[in-house]
Design a protein. Structure first.
Length: 453
């Protein structure tokens, strides 16, 4: 018996030693105690305890098991009583908790990170669509433009931008690229290949990389149109860095392993958050933050960054990006146009009731852009600087006032940037006027033509 006790104690001591020295021996991949180390240590302590107790161990084990069972029964009873109390004193909190547990965390992740497929260099593109989806996305993550010609002699157009050009809230045939395709074919009297290379939340820097990837493949366009503004401002607003892509901090935190939103929730915490005992505590204290960790707003204002300087830097980065595209256009033989899109907070459009809700931040959506004064102020400042610094060339223009005389609803959701099919058709018509009026269609040297006042 004594030999067995010594053997059990020795094995337990060995397991405990391995758990404590795993980092030193190179058996652990990180600092601190891992789950495996804790498991080894617990097993070692259990074996040491069993060895020391000897014949008394079975009785000790039975007593501990009975005590643990009693504790579990008491917890279940207390949790049930907590449920009854919550329903009596705060029934709304119970219903709200159930709804948030089902939808709240997913909604928070959608708000913070662009949900799509990872793509090297450009970070993300849309996921390919399936039969029955309301929009058509090809295997490369690009939105299909119906009627786009595959003929070798087709006039080839690339359109870059964010969700506004991609076609948020509209059918495939109602995007700006789709309407512009039809208009160009009528104007040119020849086939037109229209590639909608826009992606949700993409900024101009990501668009240039997309263009470079196409050029590298030998996919050379005749004309490239960049439709920007909104996302370049948004990315800089939340990160404080001009030219930065959307969700910078969330993506960086995921890569660096700092963001709990992308890590599995510990079982103990998940169990606690789902318990009625915890819900009762929050009801009594009236503190919802105990149940759901709130994310503090972080933007250029909270970082102490001057708005005017940031706006100047945003526009400077954008013009630098345009310069890169112009060099590529000379090397590969295509023309390029750079447009800043209309947004609700820039311009003097008469607002409908629905647009007034968007303006005030009361429209339904994942994020209340209308109530984000930091973003709205930076948007207005950036647009003003962009327009005052436009080069004297028809390659650069702003459509901020294109809807100033339109009384019907144009903007469709909380972003203040997504517009109706009729408005998309209007944008396509405006772009066609620019292309025809300044010689793009006829192949004239556009950089020598001044913008008409």
């Amino acid at each position: 018996m004594r030999t067995l006790q010594i053997t059990v104690i020795s094995i337990g001591a060995l397991l405990l030693l391995v758990a404590l020295l795993a980092n030193v021996l190179g058996l652990s991949t990180g600092d601190g105690l891992s789950r495996n180390q804790i498991a080894f240590g617990a097993a070692g302590l259990a074996l040491i305890g069993a060895g020391l107790l000897g014949r008394r161990f079975p009785g000790f084990y039975r007593g501990a098991a009975v005590m643990l069972l009693n504790i579990v029964i008491i917890i279940i009873l207390v949790d049930f009583l907590a449920l009854v109390m919550v329903k009596l004193i705060d029934p709304e909190r119970f219903i709200d908790r159930a709804d948030k547990l089902e939808h709240g965390l997913d909604e928070e992740n959608e708000r913070g990170v662009t949900i799509s497929s990872y793509v090297p260099y450009v970070l993300w593109r849309s996921e390919p669509s399936y039969e029955g989806d309301p929009v058509t996305i090809d295997g490369a993550g690009r939105r299909i433009t119906p009627g786009s010609s595959q003929a070798e002699d087709a006039f080839r157009v690339f359109m870059f931008g964010g969700s506004a050009i991609w076609g948020a809230n509209v059918e495939d045939s109602c995007t700006v690229p789709a309407y512009l395709l039809d208009a160009l074919e009528l104007e040119l009297g020849r086939p037109v290949s229209m590639q909608n290379l826009a992606q949700n939340a993409h900024t101009s820097t990501q668009e240039i990389i997309e263009l470079m990837l196409e050029l590298r493949k030998g996919n050379i366009p005749d004309l490239v149109i960049f439709y920007d503004g909104y996302n370049d401002v948004w990315g800089a607003c939340e990160s404080g860095i001009p030219g930065m892509h959307h969700s910078y901090e969330a993506i960086a935190a995921r890569i660096e392993g700092r963001d709990a939103g992308f890590q599995s929730i510990p079982a103990s915490r998940l169990l606690l958050q789902n318990s009625n005992i915890w819900l009762l505590i929050t009801s009594l204290r009236g503190n919802e933050s105990l149940l759901f960790t709130s994310t503090e707003v972080s933007n250029y204002v909270t970082m102490g960054i001057d708005m005017d300087r940031l706006a100047e830097a945003i526009v400077e980065v954008y013009f630098d990006n345009c310069s890169l595209v112009e060099h590529l256009s000379l090397a590969y033989g295509f023309d390029a146009v750079f447009v800043w899109q209309p947004v609700l907070w820039c311009g003097e459009k008469p607002l409908t009731v629905e647009e007034q809700d968007i303006w005030n931040g009361t429209a339904e959506g994942l994020y209340s852009v209308g109530s984000d004064m930091a973003l709205r102020d930076l948007m207005s400042a950036s647009y003003g600087i962009y327009e005052s610094g436009l080069p004297d060339s028809a390659k650069y223009l702003s459509l901020h006032s294109v809807f100033d005389s339109v009384e019907e609803q144009v903007y469709t959701d909380f972003t203040g940037a997504h517009i109706t099919p009729a408005a998309n058709r209007m944008i396509a018509g405006k772009l066609l006027d620019i292309l025809v009026g300044h010689g793009y269609i006829n192949g004239e040297q556009i950089d020598t033509i001044e913008i008409e006042e």
